[in-house]
Design a protein around this ligand. Structure first.
Ligand code: ADP
Length: 487
């Protein structure tokens, strides 16, 4: 029987089965994560390292389910070609999958922290807040699973409020950890470890909130899109002819609302990103105040300075993005070889420190582009920085310049950790990171690729990425050539 001969209802039932399978695995994951949060919390409070170790190993269970969801989604897209709401479900399921899997990682991070917390004696307040944060995180995960099962968009919306409660608990928790550290009841290492544990619970809440957002997407569609459709429907029903200028005003209001929403999101993201280093700075500064041992003081000062550099880097990148949006891009005639050399020089010491070698291929190419030297050097520098950051010591990075059909391609290839396929598109989003810990550890801000994309677009070009986990990545900026002299 060929595909065309399969009766419609049979196709339907295949599709339904696949979707049900995806849904079941996702719910099982959420419930598993919620149970594990309870287990890891009691292991933590009892200082039970053996149980914590088991939980780190058990993290595989979530990964296996997650792989099953991923394969289910890809299979559904390839074999069933779902349309409309089913397609929306599959897209949302892929995102939910990522969020729940990350929550699983956070649980195993808490479990790892238990090992390092041995011998710590947090006071009753801190212990009480751990219990409360943990039950709030479990509640959030279970509520997310319930909203997902019932496709209840109001229930999904209520997750936001639950998350606010968790945020508040987290804030109070950090205050208590600080005062315990100040009184000398905890050593600096333990207070930082406890602060991290609190942060992990809070992040589990964030992921549940994301799941809520996806449920709303499945039920209501993308909100701005649904609102625009509603307005269009109202306009169509309205028998009164409207003056064109009036419509233009309505459209411009809709546009400014959309921009407002994007801004709000962005501000929320920025605050979130700054909260961690700023929280760490206040914690470290408070601890430093009461510290007399010169070795501890030196270590704390070093950590303090690293966190301060991180805040500075985030602010620098934010300013760069604003500049890219607000100032015109100059159109100077530039030698692309020179741009590459300048960028390589700028990352040289960072690469040396990581024992990573940078090789250039195809230089001199003699090719020219028209654009802004500072912007292009910065973009290429970001690609090189990332290639170093996500490579291991003694690996090599290759920068290639080559002429392509309609312009020039400048590519940066590394043999580093690579990026999973499902996340390739998202890495260009502001603050999106595949591996948060690695990015932070190596001084990443989560804004580098957003800047690269912006710069490339400003130059009428595009940026492409190919990558394979474990095998490395190749980021390529395609830019139009400068017009020939006299044109
Ligand atoms: P960051 O400052 O975190 O590196 P970017 O915007 O530059 O932020 O990159 C976003 C994310 O994309 C990174 O956190 C990382 O997960 C991934 N990424 C970027 N470049 C590479 C690369 N060369 N290899 C592997 N992952 C990469």
């Amino acid at each position: 029987m060929t595909v065309e001969e399969v009766p419609v209802n049979e196709i339907r039932s295949n599709l339904d089965e696949r979707l049900a399978d995806i849904e079941e695995s996702l719910r099982a994951m959420m419930e598993l994560v919620s149970d594990r949060v309870a287990e890891v919390t009691s292991a933590m409070l009892e200082g039970d390292v053996a149980v914590a170790d088991q939980l780190v190993v058990a993290d595989d269970d979530v990964d296996i389910l997650s792989l099953r969801v991923e394969e289910g989604c890809i299979d559904t897209l390839i074999r069933e070609q779902p349309v409309a709401s089913d397609l929306r479900f599959v897209v949302a399921a892929m995102h939910v999958n990522m969020d729940v899997e990350r929550s699983g990682d956070l649980v195993s991070n808490i479990a790892k922290a238990v090992g390092r917390l041995q011998g710590a004696h947090p006071d009753d307040h801190v212990r009480d807040l751990v219990v409360r944060m943990s039950s709030q995180a479990q509640l959030l995960m279970r509520r997310a699973a319930e909203a997902f099962r019932t496709r209840d968009s109001e229930l999904a919306e209520s997750i936001d409020e639950l998350d606010d409660v968790l945020d508040d608990l987290h804030y109070r928790y950090i205050q208590h950890v600080i005062s315990d550290a100040r009184r000398g009841d905890l050593d600096p290492q333990q207070s930082l470890q406890l602060a991290l544990v609190g942060r992990f619970y809070e992040r589990i809440g964030d992921h549940a909130e994301n799941v809520g957002e996806r449920v709303r997407y499945i039920v209501d569609g993308w909100l701005p899109e649904a609102q625009a459709a509603e307005r269009a429907r109202e306009r169509a029903l309205d028998p009164e002819p409207r003056p064109t200028r009036g419509l233009a005003v309505i459209d411009s209001i809709a546009e400014s609302r959309r921009i407002d929403a994007i801004r709000r999101d962005f501000v929320a993201n920025v605050s979130h990103e700054l909260k961690t280093p700023v929280g760490a700075i206040s914690l470290l500064a408070e601890t430093l105040e009461g510290e007399t041992d010169p070795n501890d003081r030196e270590r704390l000062t070093r950590m303090l300075s690293r966190e301060a550099t991180r805040v500075g880097d985030i602010i620098d990148d934010l300013l760069e993005l604003t500049r890219l949006e607000e100032t015109d891009t100059s159109a100077d005639r530039l030698d692309i070889d020179e741009v590459v050399q300048l960028a390589v020089e700028k990352v040289r010491s960072f690469a040396d420190a990581h024992r990573v070698e940078i090789a250039a291929v195809g230089l001199p190419s003699g090719l020219e582009v028209s654009g802004d030297r500072r912007q292009l050097v910065r973009a290429l520098q970001n690609l090189l920085d990332n290639a170093v950051r996500y490579s291991d010591a003694d690996q090599r990075i290759t920068v290639t310049v080559e002429q392509i059909e309609d312009g020039v391609a400048v590519s940066v290839r590394d043999d580093g950790v690579g990026i999973p396929r499902a996340e390739l598109e998202r890495v260009f989003e502001r603050f999106y990171r595949v591996d948060r810990a690695r990015s932070r550890e190596s001084g990443g801000t989560g804004l580098g690729l957003a800047i690269v994309r912006h710069v490339t677009q400003n130059h009428g070009g595009r940026v492409l990425v190919e990558s394979k986990p474990g095998a490395g990545s190749n980021f390529s900026m395609h830019l139009p050539l400068a017009p020939l002299a006299g044109q």
